[in-house]
Design a protein around this ligand. Structure first.
Ligand code: PLP
Length: 368
C-alpha cells in the first residue's frame, strides 16, 4: 500500500492501544463477576467510562457502551417508540433505517440541514412529542451541521436531540453540553480505536428503552458482557483528546490536495466545499469517470480511497447524500471520498494527486 486515505471507513489502530488491549486480555474479564478478576475488570470498565465521559464533559453514568456506532444509533432511535422521528436526509443508514416511518429533513446544496424545514416539522407536532437525529459531521462529504442551532429549535418545541458524532471523534470538540445534545453516539474505530466498541451518551434524566435485554449491565440499559479490552482502549483513546497541531497539519494536507487538483482541472466538483467541513475529508468528482473505475485504478496503484456511497453486492450505488444535496446523478456517479488521518504523510498526498492527474489525463485522451 502506498497511501491509505480511507480513515472515514476505519482508521489504523493508534500507537499504544494494542498494548492496552493485550494487557486487558491477559486475565479473564467479566465485569459482573464478584471475584478478584471480575472486580479488576469492573475497575477497567469504570475507568474507561470516566475517560470517555470526561472527553465529552458528561457524568460517567451518562455513558453507555455498545458494540458499534450502528448499535448506539439504533438504540437512540428505537429507545423512544412513542416519539415522532425526524432525521436529516444525509444520515448514516444506521439512523435512516433504525425505525419505520422516520421523516426526512432536507439539506441545502452544501449538505447543511435546512433549519426552517426543521422548525416547520417541529411546529406541526405536539410539544414534547418528537425526537430529532442529526449527525455532527457527514461521513461522505465531511460537512458539519449547525448542532447548536438545531438544539435551540429542539428545546423550543420540547423535542429530544440525538447527535451521531461518530465522524467527529478525534477531529472536533465534542462537549455534549455545548452542543446541546440529549444523546450522542461515539465510535472508537474511526479515530484509531478498535472496531467493535462505541458509546451512546445519554442525559441521566432520560429513560431509554433497551434494545438488548436479559442482563443488568450498563445500568440495565444494555444487556451483555462488556468487551473490556476494546472498552479499555476506547477510554485510552478518548483520554488523549484532540491534538490541534496534528489536526491543523491534516487540514493543510487536505486543502493542498484540493488546491492542486482544482489548479489542474478547475471543472472538478468538490462537494460541500462552501460549508464548514471536517479537516480530513474531501469528496470530489472526476468528470466523466465512474466511481468504480477510479476506485479500481487507485487500488491498482496502491491507494485506498472509497466511493462515499454504499457498495452492495460489488455494485456502487450513487450516493444518497449527494442526491439529497441535489447533485445530478451522472456527476454523483463520478464521486470518490478521500479521507485523511493525523498520520497521513505528504508523500501519500503526493501519490494520490499524481495518480489522480494520470487517470484523468488518460481517460480524457481515450474519450477524445
Ligand atoms: N455513523 C456514521 C456517521 C458513520 O460514518 C458510521 C460508520 O461508517 C457509523 C455511524 C457506524 O459506526 P460503526 O462502524 O461503529 O457501526
Amino acid at each position: 500500500m502506498k497511501a491509505y486515505l480511507d480513515y472515514n471507513a476505519t482508521a489504523p489502530l493508534r500507537e499504544g492501544l494494542k498494548a492496552v488491549m493485550l494487557e486487558a486480555m491477559s486475565a479473564p474479564a467479566n465485569a459482573s463477576s464478584m471475584h478478584g478478576f471480575g472486580r479488576a475488570a469492573k475497575k477497567r470498565l469504570e475507568d474507561a467510562r470516566k475517560q470517555v465521559a470526561d472527553a465529552i464533559s458528561v457524568f460517567p453514568s451518562e455513558i453507555l457502551f455498545t458494540s458499534s456506532g450502528t448499535e448506539a444509533n439504533n438504540l437512540a432511535l428505537r429507545g423512544f417508540p412513542t416519539r415522532k422521528l425526524f432525521v436529516s436526509a444525509i444520515e448514516h443508514p444506521s439512523v435512516l433505517k433504525a425505525m419505520e416511518g422516520v421523516e426526512l429533513l432536507p439539506v441545502d446544496g452544501q449538505g447543511v440541514v435546512r433549519l426552517e424545514a426543521l422548525e416547520a416539522a417541529l411546529a406541526g407536532q405536539e410539544h414534547g412529542a418528537a425526537l430529532v437525529s442529526v449527525m455532527l459531521a457527514n461521513n461522505e462529504t465531511g460537512v458539519i451541521q449547525p448542532i447548536s442551532e438545531i438544539s435551540t429549535l429542539c428545546r423550543k418545541y420540547g423535542a429530544l436531540l440525538h447527535v451521531d458524532a461518530v465522524q467527529g471523534v478525534g477531529k472536533l470538540p465534542l462537549d455534549m453540553g455545548l452542543l446541546g445534545a440529549d444523546m450522542m453516539t461515539l465510535s472508537a474505530h474511526k479515530a484509531g480505536g478498535p472496531v467493535g466498541v462505541a458509546a451512546l451518551a445519554i442525559r441521566q434524566n432520560i429513560a431509554i428503552r433497551p434494545l438488548l435485554t436479559g442482563g443488568r449491565q450498563e445500568l440495565g440499559r444494555r444487556a451483555g458482557t462488556e468487551n473490556i479490552p476494546a472498552i479499555a482502549a476506547f477510554g485510552a483513546l478518548m483520554q488523549v483528546g484532540l491534538d490541534s497541531n496534528a489536526i491543523e497539519q491534516m487540514k493543510a494536507q487536505r486543502d493542498r490536495l484540493e488546491a492542486e487538483i482544482l489548479a489542474f482541472a478547475p471543472e472538478v466538483a468538490i462537494f460541500g466545499i462552501g460549508a464548514p467541513r471536517l479537516p480530513n475529508t474531501s469528496m470530489l468528482a472526476m468528470p466523466g469517470v465512474a466511481s468504480e473505475t477510479q476506485l479500481m485504478a487507485f487500488d491498482l496503484a496502491g491507494i485506498a480511497v472509497s466511493a462515499g456511497s454504499a457498495c452492495s453486492s460489488g455494485r456502487i450505488e450513487p450516493s444518497r447524500v449527494l442526491k439529497a444535496m441535489g447533485v445530478e446523478t451522472g456527476l454523483a456517479g463520478n464521486a470518490i471520498r478521500v479521507s485523511l488521518g493525523v498520520t497521513t504523510t505528504p508523500q501519500e498526498i503526493d501519490c494520490f494527486i499524481s495518480e489522480w492527474k494520470k487517470l484523468y489525463t488518460r481517460t480524457r485522451k481515450n474519450a477524445a
